[in-house]
Design a protein around this ligand. Structure first.
Ligand SMILES: NC(=O)c1ccc[n+]([C@@H]2O[C@H](COP(=O)([O-])OP(=O)(O)OC[C@H]3O[C@@H](n4cnc5c(N)ncnc54)[C@H](O)[C@@H]3O)[C@@H](O)[C@H]2O)c1
Length: 290
């Protein structure tokens, strides 16, 4: 199946960048959220990411200023922001990126089932919820699959392609092909909480979170130590801030429910979420964000 037009539902931490990745591959894409301000924030993120990408090429002498500007307009111009399902009648593929709660996913998939043509395939960017259960909200569970991007979606090349019990072989193939069309590297992952990457990454992060809660060592110090020793671009608390603390706490809780004490929910992080301190997206988490 060739994707001539796509849509992304949810313009938050992930959705704006996912739309950017799709538009950068010259596939026109709708970006939907529940109100215009959120849509505009997603579009602004897509523009900022594209500008950052072309700036690097200009600095290396690989792109002229003029061509860079044209590229930004081409990519951003390929994304149409919306707060409704108007325009979903001729999409071939949708990526859902709404909050990690099954009842929200169910509501959105039921709406997508009604709004999109019968041939369209419907993907969830879920970090670990059951694709089979998400597909139950539709009349086309054979066309529902997991398509798990990683933060930041514009830079991370890996995508986990997850088949639910009902996902057809044709749909899984379409997912693999689309991932390559948008210049990503797909791997097929089994349907289980956390799939492959989050099972590994969150078990490591859990140890750092547990240690911080137990020892009281400062978050900044621990982040710096891990960053230096493991040669990572940032430590686990800053990564959590950038990913959205509400999402991280929910995913960590789901993993603990599924696998027990191997996974840990950081107490301080949970308290921050209760206070509305969600990290970069709310301006404050473990760190202040401009
Ligand atoms: N944040 C990460 O690092 C990360 C990484 C990989 C996967 N994910 C997954 O991606 C999904 C989205 O996560 P996020 O971090 O972007 O969340 P987010 O909270 O930043 O954004 C979710 C967006 O969905 C919107 N939304 C809610 N209901 C909607 C509806 N009915 N229609 C349209 N928009 C709606 C919200 O207004 C919000 O803007 C989750 O399933 C999450 O587990 C997140």
């Amino acid at each position: 199946m060739f994707v001539f037009k796509a849509a992304v539902v949810g313009a938050g931490v992930m959705g704006g960048e996912i739309a950017q990745v799709i538009a950068a591959a010259d596939v026109p894409v709708l970006l939907k959220d529940v109100d215009q301000e959120l849509v505009d924030a997603g579009l602004a993120k897509a523009r900022a990411v594209t500008e950052g990408q072309v700036r690097k090429l200009v600095e290396k002498g690989k792109l002229s200023e003029e061509a860079a500007q044209a590229q930004v307009e081409r990519v951003v111009g390929g994304i149409t922001g919306t707060t409704s399902y108007d325009g979903f009648g001729d999409v071939d593929l949708v990526v859902e990126a709404v909050p990690e709660r099954m009842e929200v996913k169910h509501a959105v998939f039921a709406e997508l089932d009604a709004a999109t043509p019968g041939h369209a395939v419907l993907a969830s960017n879920t970090s670990g919820l059951s694709i089979t259960e998400i597909g139950d909200a539709t009349q086309r569970p054979d066309k529902v699959f997991g398509f798990h991007f990683f933060w930041p979606a514009s830079r991370m090349r890996l995508i986990e392609v997850v088949e639910g019990d009902e996902t057809s072989a044709e749909t899984a193939q379409a997912a693999m092909t689309f991932a390559q069309q948008i210049r990503k590297v797909p791997i097929r992952a089994a349907e289980c909480p956390g799939f492959v990457v989050n099972r590994i990454l969150l078990s490591t992060a859990s140890e750092a979170w547990r240690y911080q809660d137990e020892s009281g060592v400062s978050v900044e110090e621990l982040d710096e130590l891990i960053k230096e020793r493991a040669q990572l671009p940032m430590g686990p608390f800053r990564v959590a801030d950038m990913s959205g603390l509400d999402t991280v706490v929910k995913v960590a809780q789901d993993m603990q429910d599924a696998y027990g004490d191997r996974f840990y929910v950081h107490r301080g992080m949970q308290e921050k979420v209760e206070r509305g301190e969600l990290g970069a997206k709310s301006g404050k988490g473990f760190y202040e964000h401009a």
